[in-house]
Design a protein. Structure first.
Lengths: 276, 460
């Protein structure tokens, strides 16, 4: 499962490298145009949409596989499908918690696990039961809804930067108690997917614009993201150096907060400013 | 491996034998925790022991050293190994400088409130292959209670603290400045005032009942078979009810005389925490010295011990004002550390305060937590204010590490402008929907319990 994730990430790195080259050319071509930063960012946010939709689509496919495996009373298969579905979900958290909090609450409620992923986790991993039919149907319905929404929901760069900063901050929280997915034992995977999601969104949407406006911050951001990735690349959750993780998480947030002004954006907030 | 296995089996047996009353608060669960599943650190308790500082009690203020010591005391980063990873600090066991009668770590505790300081979990260096847990003592009045350790093996508080950090909790050698501060902090933790005691450690007659006064007389009465001894021989009332010696009282060796002051809040009793109540303690001594106490004598002695062991307002309700006061006290260390260019102390403060602020932010449930309805705006504002403070503190550390001391001082000024009035006001507004509210607290932890409970409901 982890090697699958690494392979997937590698593919995306290659794919995005091509976009990266294109985007650098665009930046160079448009730096003299007034308000070019904002419009480039909007274009980049549009390009991010495809990746976001892929991740939500992957989550939806995982949830459908989960339903199928549960109907077949295949406990191990169902567990595998649940874990697979979580990868895309955690990668898209830069978007979900700020843009669609109501769906986030339905899909990823915690800790009151009456619904969503963690309700299924409690039965599937906590009690080895494959009878979460109702919860899984609801999960699929919400993910289907979300998948449709991400095709055309406005993706404002400011809110995406907020989402990246917020998630970067959240990763620094102490998981010594086992984290959120402690029954499935996949809290570490959640964090690794979170960092992948941060890297993806930053690279597709902001990296080149920061490079053009403030090269030293671009370098610092790249290094901070790599540091964060390295800090969560450990064999088990308990091996994480929580102090280092928190420092790296906050250093990345500080860099993103500094970079915002050079992009013509507001300093990213660590909570979505407008409640739903 | 064998020893580990034995410990694991022993721990499991102990967990299974645990009375239900001990599992009332929220234990760690799942299989990815740093500390063993079933660990109870009692960190979600809403009542916290009240901490009284000598410097404040006599009308002064806590010094830089006291505050720095308090920071270090509550910082897992001065420890090493599992403690550091699990976020365990001195303050985890000695909550607000008192004890933690609910703390239980499988494999390290034989009952709630005790802990094996020579167990394998925290420091292989100290591991002695025995499950010899000792009770977690309160540190109130510690400056009067030398020698240190349950068996009095350390004459110096400084040596005791260093040993705990380096040998028992696998921490790095602490800087002399940090040790100075820890000693000063511990020495400033006072006993809770007990108005029931007058000069000479005698019961104040205006407060004392007949039973308590008869208990006091029994306390001074020579033992019938050893007339040179009485309870007061070792628990000397003119002092702090100790004689600074170690005695064999039939509990397996020589252990130092514990103080009776504030002892009502220091359960369990004896060096290993074997007794839950004064009744059991009195029963023990009645048997050991063949005192021939009648049932009423025992009750009167217990009444006397309860009067001596009392203290004013032993607990206080946890809440945002208490937390922010502690955070601001910790942050006050930066007033001297930044101009001094002391990067190590700045880092220690930033990390400890950051952890406290993050933990405080977690007390305000986010939108995914349906244990609480309402107050979403307020909760969000509270979380945002706390996260902003975390970043402001981090920026201080980044500025100091880059040699930009003026920037760091300016940032601290901005923090002070917010952290004394504005942020506490925002938190206070959100408090009714926070985990400081009993109903929200119970719903939240009840949901967690339910989730972990599911692990025990596997199909047959």
């Amino acid at each position: 499962m982890i090697s699958d994730r690494i392979r997937t990430t590698t593919r995306e790195v290659r794919r995005s490298a091509r976009w990266h080259a294109v985007f650098v050319c665009l930046i160079v071509a448009t730096t003299c145009v007034p308000d070019a930063g904002a419009s480039s960012l909007e274009g980049a946010a549009e390009r991010y949409r495809r990746y976001l939709a892929d991740d939500i689509g992957r989550t939806l496919a995982g949830a459908r596989a989960l339903r199928e495996r549960m109907e077949a009373h295949d406990l191990d298969g169902a567990k595998g499908a649940w874990i697979e579905a979580r990868i895309g979900w955690e990668r898209s958290e830069v978007f979900t918690s700020g843009f669609v909090p109501e769906l986030d609450q339905e899909i990823d409620a915690w800790p009151n696990a009456q619904r969503g992923f963690h309700a299924i986790e409690a039965k599937l991993f906590g009690a080895d039961r494959t009878d979460s039919h109702e919860e899984t149907e609801a999960l699929i319905a919400h993910l289907t809804n979300l998948h449709a929404m991400v095709q055309d929901i406005p993706l404002q760069p400011q809110r995406l930067l907020n989402g990246i900063a917020r998630l970067a901050f959240e990763i620094g929280g102490n998981k010594a108690d086992g984290g959120e997915s402690r029954l499935s034992g996949t809290s570490l995977g959640d964090m690794q997917s979170n960092v992948d999601g941060i890297e993806l969104a930053y690279r597709i949407i902001f990296s080149d614009a920061v490079e053009a406006a403030a090269p030293e911050l671009a370098e610092a951001a790249r290094a901070a993201i790599q540091d964060l990735k390295a800090t969560v690349q450990v064999p088990a959750l308990r091996d994480i150096d929580s102090e280092k993780l928190r420092a790296k998480s906050e250093e990345l947030v500080a860099i993103l907060q500094s970079a915002a002004a050079s992009l013509g954006l507001q300093r990213p907030t660590l909570e979505e400013a407008t409640p739903q | 491996m064998n020893v580990r296995l034995k410990l694991a089996v022993a721990a499991l047996a102990l967990v299974l034998a645990m009375p239900l009353q001990y599992s009332s608060s929220f234990p760690l669960g799942g299989n990815e925790t740093v500390l063993p599943p079933g660990t109870e650190l009692n960190e979600d308790a809403l009542a916290r022991p009240r901490e009284v500082f000598r410097s404040e009690f006599v009308g002064g203020r806590k010094s830089y050293l006291v505050n720095l010591g308090d920071v270090a005391f509550n910082s897992p980063t001065i420890l090493g190994g599992a403690a550091r990873k699990a976020g365990v600090s001195c303050g985890t066991c000695h909550v607000n400088g008192a004890s933690n009668p609910k703390l239980f770590i499988p494999g390290m505790s034989t009952r709630p409130g005790n802990f094996d300081t020579t167990g394998l979990t925290f420091s292989p260096k100290a591991f002695n292959s025995l499950l010899d847990s000792v009770r977690i003592p309160s540190l109130r009045g510690a400056r009067h209670l030398a020698p240190y350790g349950h068996d009095g093996r350390f004459a110096s508080l400084r040596d005791f603290i260093r040993n705990a950090i380096v040998n028992e909790f696998a921490g790095p050698e602490p800087a002399p400045a940090i040790l100075d501060a820890l000693v000063t902090y511990v020495q400033d933790i006072d006993f809770l005032r007990n108005p029931r005691l007058g000069p000479g450690g005698r019961l104040a007659p205006s407060y004392a009942s007949e039973a308590e006064l008869r208990g006091e007389a029994l306390f001074f009465k020579p033992f019938r078979h050893q007339p040179t001894l009485s309870c007061a021989t070792c628990h000397v009332p003119t002092g702090v009810f100790v004689d600074y010696l170690q005695h064999d009282v039939g509990s397996g060796g020589f252990f130092k005389t514990p103080t009776l002051l504030n002892a009502n809040f220091n359960r369990p009793y004896f060096h290993d925490g074997r007794y839950d109540s004064y009744d059991q303690v009195v029963e023990h001594f009645d048997g050991l010295f063949d005192l021939g106490l009648a049932a009423t004598d025992k009750q009167e002695l217990v009444a006397y011990l309860t009067a001596v062991g009392d203290g004013e307002r032993p607990y206080e309700r946890d809440g945002v004002m208490l937390r922010m006061k502690e955070i601001n006290d910790f942050a006050s260390v930066l007033e001297l550390a930044i101009p001094a260019g002391d990067a190590a102390i700045v880092s220690l403060v930033v990390r400890t305060v950051g952890t406290e602020l993050r933990e405080l932010a977690e007390r305000f449930p986010d939108h995914r937590n349906n244990a609480v309805a309402g107050g979403q705006l307020e909760r969000r504002a509270a979380r945002m204010a706390l996260k902003d403070l975390v970043m402001m503190f981090r920026n201080i550390e980044l500025a100091v590490s880059a040699g930009r001391f003026d920037d760091a001082a300016a940032q601290l000024q901005k923090i002070n402008e917010r952290a004394f009035v504005e942020v506490p006001a925002l938190l206070k507004k959100a408090e009714p929907w926070s985990l400081f509210n009993s109903e929200v607290h119970d719903a939240h932890y009840g949901a967690l319990q339910q989730m972990f409970g599911s692990a025990n409901r596997r199909p047959q």
